[in-house]
Design a protein around this ligand. Structure first.
Ligand code: NAP
Length: 286
């Protein structure tokens, strides 16, 4: 079994670590524009060796795991080169622009559009970890556009690394993910910025920050190189979520100005039901 991963960072790297655990006979080839990452991935045992685009005709699986703007360019090039038995999947955080980019490609049927809902705030091959996808959801878009046999091959692999599948159309994916992922990142980045701007003495922040602050601001450590193209590609949905969020923040500020503490209490109390929703999610994922 030959697996090629293009972009050996957190997601691509974690995925091939799990695949290798399930298929000891597999050879994992890495392709990355960053030579340092390529060498690091070999040294860390994330990949077996460096590969090249010219070899893709012979690949069983090709995982495209690069920033979403790069995926628009790399994915059609990969499809140009793969053989009939190759299944290509891409793991980017936006789906509509990616699906559109290959909609009329002659090898569209060799491609399956995915978004594994798993990750951390770290990047590069050193961020790759085993078991990242266990119990997590993999969103698959436009599955009917992938050859049935290759769908089965991909689904088997996703199941082997512990993922649950959810099917969705690309526009719905981009709309919903703007709320649960893209907005959370902006909120975390801007919270980090607000605190840093006001608290110039970083030592004070460090001394006073509790675990609440740390967990809320965790996503502000994420890579701008990865997130800028995501916001660009999902601009309309992200703006929609931001307007709702800003309106909620403004309302909270106004209630405080008006000393309407009953309303403030109710705002928080009604939002407390997020506990049950999140608990429900954890339970169904087990
Ligand atoms: P990452 O850790 O930064 O890895 C991406 C790798 O691709 C880096 O080594 C990067 O090198 C390399 N790269 C950039 N341009 C390239 C090119 N033209 N050709 C080949 N390699 C190239 O990023 P990641 O977090 O794994 O994210 C990869 C994809 O997964 C993104 O599309 C992202 O939207 C998606 N995703 C991320 C998460 C998450 O939580 N991070 C979750 C689900 C899905 P440089 O560092 O030098 O640019």
């Amino acid at each position: 079994m030959k697996v090629y991963v293009i972009g050996i960072g957190l997601i691509g790297g974690s995925m091939v670590l799990d695949i290798k655990d399930q298929h000891r006979d597999a050879t994992i080839f890495g392709i990355d524009s960053n030579e340092k990452h390529l060498q690091e991935a070999i040294d860390l045992g994330v990949i077996d060796q460096a590969g090249s685009f010219e070899e893709l005709a012979d690949a069983d699986f090709v995982i495209v795991s690069v920033p979403v703007d790069v995926a628009l360019i790399v994915l059609p090039k990969v499809l140009d080169l793969v053989g009939d038995k190759t299944i290509v999947f891409e793991v980017g955080s936006t789906k509509k622009p990616i699906c559109d980019a290959v909609a009329s490609h002659p090898k569209r049927r060799n491609f399956i559009a995915t978004h594994p809902i798993a990750g951390t705030e770290f990047s590069g091959p050193s961020a790759a970890i085993r078991g990242l996808f266990k119990g997590k959801t993999n969103i698959i878009c436009e599955v009917e556009k992938t050859t049935f046999k290759l769908q089965e091959k991909a689904l088997k692999l996703f199941s082997e690394i512990g993922m649950r599948i959810r099917y969705m159309d690309p526009t719905s994916h981009d709309k919903h993910i703007a709320y649960v992922s893209h907005l959370s990142h902006i909120s975390s980045f801007m919270l980090g910025k607000t605190v840093m701007n006001k608290e110039k003495d970083e030592q004070d922040i460090f001394d006073m920050a509790g675990s609440g602050f740390e967990s809320t601001v965790r996503l502000a450590k994420s890579s701008p190189a990865m997130w800028t193209p995501i916001f660009k590609q999902n601009k309309e949905h992200v703006i929609e979520t931001l307007e709702e969020y800003i309106s909620n923040l403004s309302r909270f500020r106004d209630l405080l100005k008006d000393e309407n503490y009953n309303a403030i209490f109710e705002e928080m109390e009604s939002t407390n039901k997020i506990k049950e929703i999140l608990n429900g999610l954890t339970t169904t994922k087990k």
